[in-house]
Design a protein around this ligand. Structure first.
Ligand code: SF4
Length: 449
């Protein structure tokens, strides 16, 4: 039997899809490259933006046609489209065989193999064969914050941390399968541990403790973490990033808006002054830290002056990367119920492009400062360019994309530098060219494992 998984949305969904694939493999199913060749198609959905939801609905329509042509073909839908009640969904999509809420991929497995024992030892050692040197590991599920525009707490539930032991087992299994870099995931990752029982010293474990626990996992070279929520950050966690060599100095701290009135309407729980203070604290404690952020433009009632405040904050704080989105109301959220979506679409797009233009210039400037520097890069892939020369790709510690070549004679053989770096190796790259989107360079040396 063969399965195909279609995944939309965030890294949480990607991690869930990999877990489901591992479970299916354990039950003897094989992966198919497309739904047309599979007996089961799984749609792992995202509804954070309307476009993502539309894409999922469009793909489900395509699967419906396949099902009409082929007997025995099954469709499973999981992810954030699936709330606690599925009556409406079952009416809208009667051809779907099984619905599973986010992280509840076991529901799919139980539907396929009701007789199988999926408890006990089924999951702990289940980790997909590494398809690359990096892996996402969810450490806390759900979110308690209820920002007015966001559907996540309704679909993924309240914050629930996994135990440190469970996470450590998963990281060890991933590394045993060839993973070198793990990204510890949570919607608000610094909330990790707040719901766990205090440990021996009477303190609840936090993200810093988790870093320390997984830090020396054999084979592990790097630890990343996503996504930060300003009010959950603590100096203890930031200091752990500074102190632990395998924890990469990269913070993704969503700003969302640079104006206090808009932040209050979004119910983000902080002021721009508090946010700014956290950014300065991070940069003070972890001086090489690179930072990215998320911004929503055109939120309900956002005036031109308020939008200009957001641009001003971006100009002042100069992030390495900005993920910008034009606001689209999500049914069921507080904003959808109580606030008017009154910024015209054309105006939202104008603001969207204004952020993109500003950020492009900032990224050009920040990346240009790295010209001539040497960056540690984890090799994630390679391909041949038009001239038949191999170009390697990876990321530096600050999560910037790096493309590099191996130029004969430009690296020192006595540094035992391999002539063709393997996927998953750490190497040093000398930066010879930069753009807003990436760094380019040549291999300088390998980093001892
Ligand atoms: Fe959504 Fe706010 Fe939670 Fe982020 S912090 S997942 S935006 S509710």
């Amino acid at each position: 039997m063969r399965y195909h998984i279609w995944t939309e949305g965030c890294q949480m969904n990607e991690a869930d899809s990999l877990k489901l694939a591992a479970g299916l493999a354990k039950l003897g199913w094989e992966e198919a490259a497309k739904a047309e060749e599979a007996d089961l198609a799984v749609v792992n959905t995202c509804v954070v933006r309307q476009k993502a939801e539309d894409r999922a609905a469009g793909y489900m329509g395509h699967l419906r046609k396949l099902k009409e042509m082929r007997g025995g073909f099954q469709i499973a839908v999981m992810g954030c489209l699936v709330g606690p009640r599925t009556d409406d969904l079952r009416r809208r999509f009667p051809y779907v065989d099984v619905w599973a809420r986010p992280q509840n991929f076991e529901v799919v497995l139980r539907h396929l193999m009701p007789e199988s024992d999926l408890g006990g030892e089924f999951w702990p050692e289940t980790f997909p064969e590494a398809s690359g040197p990096t892996a996402f590991v969810p450490v806390i599920h759900g979110c308690n914050k209820f920002c007015t525009y966001c559907i996540v707490p309704y679909r993924r539930g309240r914050e629930r941390s996994r135990t440190i032991e469970d996470i450590a087992r998963e990281v060890a299994a991933a590394c045993a399968n060839g993973v070198r870099e793990v990204t510890l995931l949570g919607q608000t990752v610094e909330a990790y541990g707040k719901d766990l029982a205090p440990n021996g010293n009477g303190r609840r474990p936090d993200l810093g403790d988790l870093f320390r626990t997984v830090h020396d996992t054999p084979g592990l070279a790097r630890i990343r973490f996503l996504t930060s929520y300003p009010r959950d950050m603590t100096e203890r966690i930031i200091r752990a990033v500074a102190e632990l060599p395998k924890v990469c100095e990269h913070f993704n701290v969503p700003l969302q808006a640079g104006d206090n009135e808009v932040l209050a309407r979004m119910r983000r729980g902080y002021t721009i002054e508090e946010y700014r203070e956290w950014v300065y604290r991070i940069r003070d404690i972890v001086p090489p830290a690179s930072m990215s952020t998320d911004v929503i433009v055109g939120f309900c009632g956002e005036t031109e002056a308020q939008f200009l405040n957001t641009l001003g904050v971006l100009e002042e704080l100069r992030f390495d990367k900005v993920h910008v989105a034009a606001y689209s109301p999500r049914p069921g959220t507080i904003a959808w119920r109580h606030l008017e979506d009154d910024v015209p679409q054309a105006e939202k797009m104008r603001r969207f492009h204004a952020v993109e233009e500003l950020q492009e210039q900032i990224a050009i400037d920040l990346n240009a400062r790295l010209l001539g520097s040497t960056q540690e890069v984890l090799v994630e892939g390679s391909k041949e360019d038009d001239a038949g020369e191999t170009v390697y790709t990876g990321r530096n510690r600050g999560n910037k994309l790096v493309h590099f070549r191996v130029e004969e004679g430009t690296w020192k053989k006595e540094d035992w530098c391999p002539p063709s770096p393997g996927i998953g190796e750490l190497v040093q790259v000398e930066v010879t060219r930069t753009t807003a989107w990436s760094l380019q360079g040549r291999l300088a040396a390998a980093v001892p494992a």
